[in-house]
Design a protein around this ligand. Structure first.
Ligand SMILES: CC(C)(COP(=O)(O)OP(=O)(O)OC[C@H]1O[C@@H](n2cnc3c(N)ncnc32)[C@H](O)[C@@H]1OP(=O)(O)O)[C@@H](O)C(=O)NCCC(=O)NCCS
Length: 410
């Protein structure tokens, strides 16, 4: 088996075959598959001259507090029917991540099919994302909607630019290739459509929502993504969604990081009881479906700022990704000893100071701590992160972060 870069001339048919075999390629969607893979940096496991496993990454950014860090998203991982459980997906993905670490990305993230698989590559599970289902007619947003403009997949460039301009909160991810927005929009076929407004300079799309209608008449409609730059723009979009409520029985959407969507729903408990076990179920469902990991300790800690009490400690990190990379790989993870100081301008540097307390952690758990998924005291119970009681208490006090939310369908 040879791991090499994806070559569209040589591997396109094999890539389509892999995706067909795993059920990702619906008949007639070959070009969307090509578009998606072409928009990413793909690598394959070549077995007897045939690509049988493909993993790809897409460049992007992550918001961390007020900083923007370069991130790579693991965009797809797939192994054909004939070479499962040979370790190919793990090794090809490890290589794809390592390549991005060498290129300077500080973080990697992904949407997981299951917890555990990517933990072997150092990934730690992110926050619960809340999906709310509601009857749009029961939204309490007031006022008549403004008349939105229709958008289709043909508007992909502008839609993508609008997504990149959206308001970003802690943890928000943006992927750079506009072709990914195009592929996502095309994937929904005639069931996908956008609605929004051009309040930006020179008529640029300022805010919009992309929806997928399971049933065009009655719904449910699913909000695939939303992009807005202010609370007023968000309410504009919610009024548009509400205006569909004479006909559509249910809409689902991800809760924005800083809002409680239940605030906007009339009689949420009654609605949820009335719709239980129907196709129109309302209510909130949580799922921690994304994972992330630090690729560059120095860069990530330099982006961290805490006010008030300062804290310095040693960290001894282990990183399981090394097991899946060649011994001579230029990047083999971030394992090792660091001295971390948390203050307004924090830092991590290689070394060990015997005068400081020491935290022992996997990169998986430390990434979760750094991002604010859970406090140290919680991770010390359920994850691989251990230290003296005084240090754990101090970390709980000092590293107080908003809950991270990716706000992008990874
Ligand atoms: C997921 C997928 C890519 C794995 O491909 P693969 O080449 O068979 O995977 P590998 O051989 O590299 O890894 C298999 C190992 O992962 C382990 N593993 C799988 N799921 C796991 C989990 N949830 N927790 C821990 N380990 C897990 C297996 O036990 C196996 O370990 P072993 O080698 O010690 O027996 C493949 O099943 C696939 O293409 N699925 C459909 C598409 C998909 O879901 N892709 C992922 C998108 S996020």
């Amino acid at each position: 088996m040879l791991i090499r870069d994806y070559d569209p001339q040589r591997d396109q048919d094999a890539a389509r075959r892999i995706w067909r075999e795993i059920g990702w390629l619906r008949p007639g969607q070959e070009e969307i598959t090509d578009l998606f893979i072409g928009a990413t940096q793909a690598h394959v496991a070549d077995v007897d001259g045939q690509a049988e496993c493909l993993a790809s990454t897409a460049p992007g950014t992550a918001r961390y507090q007020d900083a923007t860090l370069p991130l790579c998203a693991v965009a797809s991982v797939a192994t054909s029917r004939v070479v499962r459980r040979q370790g190919f997906a793990t090794r090809v993905t490890a290589r794809a991540i390592a390549e991005r670490a060498v290129a300077g990305d500080a973080l990697a993230g992904l949407g997981m099919f299951e917890q555990g698989f990517y933990n072997r590559l150092g990934m730690g599970t992110g926050s619960y994302e809340r999906q709310i289902g509601f009857d749009p007619a029961r939204l309490t947003v007031e006022g008549r909607p403004r008349i939105p403009e229709r958008f289709s997949a043909d508007d992909w460039r502008e839609l993508h630019a609008s997504r990149l301009r959206r308001e970003l909160r802690h943890g928000a991810v943006s992927l750079a290739p506009a072709q990914l927005t195009r592929a996502e929009a095309l994937e929904d076929g005639p069931k996908g459509f956008g609605l929004g407004f051009r309040d930006g300079p020179d008529g640029a799309i300022s805010h919009h929502v992309w929806l997928m209608a399971e049933n065009m008449g009655r719904g449910p409609y699913h909000v695939r993504w939303m992009a807005y730059q202010s609370g007023e723009q968000f309410l504009d979009l919610m009024r548009v969604i509400k205006s569909l409520g004479d006909q559509v029985l249910r809409v689902t959407m991800q809760e924005p990081a800083h809002l409680m969507l239940q605030d906007l729903v009339e009689q949420p408990f009654k609605q949820s009881r009335m719709t239980r076990h129907t196709n129109w179920e309302t209510g909130v469902r949580g799922s921690a479906w994304w994972q992330c990991r630090i690729l560059d300790m120095e860069r990530c800690l330099a982006a961290t700022s805490v006010r008030g009490e300062a804290l310095a400690f040693n960290v001894t990190l282990t990183d399981p990704i090394a097991e899946y990379l060649p011994d001579d790989a230029p990047w083999r993870g971030v394992a090792g000893d660091y001295i971390v100081s948390l203050d307004e301008t924090s830092s991590a540097r290689r070394g060990h100071d015997p005068a400081l307390p020491t935290l022992d952690a996997t990169v998986n758990a430390f990434s979760r701590l750094w991002l604010g998924v859970r406090p140290a005291s919680g991770l010390a119970i359920t994850d691989n992160l251990h230290g003296p009681g005084g240090l754990i208490e101090a970390l709980d006090r000092v590293l107080h972060l908003p809950e991270p939310h990716v706000d992008w369908p990874l």
